[in-house]
Design a protein around this ligand. Structure first.
Ligand SMILES: CC(C)(COP(=O)(O)OP(=O)(O)OC[C@H]1O[C@@H](n2cnc3c(N)ncnc32)[C@H](O)[C@@H]1OP(=O)(O)O)[C@@H](O)C(=O)NCCC(=O)NCCS
Length: 111
């Protein structure tokens, strides 16, 4: 039987922010599988699925500001950083170093 190594998929954030309601692309992989291009491959497939099968024109992705690997994945699949959209995640305690989040979006004109 195959091994569960993480998830990559579309979801609806369950918290309120200036860009919700929306559909996000998210991922989390077990550390031993990092840096093999898996998140990029899976996230790109989700982007195509959202666009071609579900007809979605506007997807977001977000992560803690210091999470450079996730930001790199977002850039590699063609999302753009919406710098004025960056936000403090309401589920991360005030003052925590991971509270500030970056917001990336699809570019509508690509669809
Ligand atoms: C973020 C995560 C999913 C990335 O998955 P992955 O399969 O390793 O991603 P990829 O291999 O497709 O791409 C990773 C990119 O980040 C780069 N990277 C890795 N560590 C880095 C660092 N410390 N600083 C900058 N870039 C880094 C890699 O070089 C690669 O870019 P490249 O192809 O240009 O060389 C994985 O690290 C993870 O699950 N992290 C923990 C959970 C998490 O952060 N989830 C996301 C919450 S939004």
């Amino acid at each position: 039987m195959g091994e569960m190594i993480g998830f990559i998929g579309l979801g609806v954030p369950s918290f309120e922010a200036h860009f919700t309601p929306c559909i996000e692309i998210g991922w989390r992989l077990a550390a031993r599988y990092w840096n093999r291009g898996l998140a990029t491959e899976g996230a790109a497939a989700m982007l195509r699925h959202g666009r071609e099968e579900l007809g979605l024109t506007d997807l977001v992705s977000f992560t803690a500001m210091p999470n450079l690997p996730s930001r790199r994945v977002m850039e590699k699949i063609g999302l753009v950083h919406d710098a004025v959209g960056d936000f403090d995640h309401p589920r991360v305690p005030e003052g925590h170093w991971l509270r500030r989040h970056v917001l990336y979006r699809t570019r509508r004109w690509e669809f």
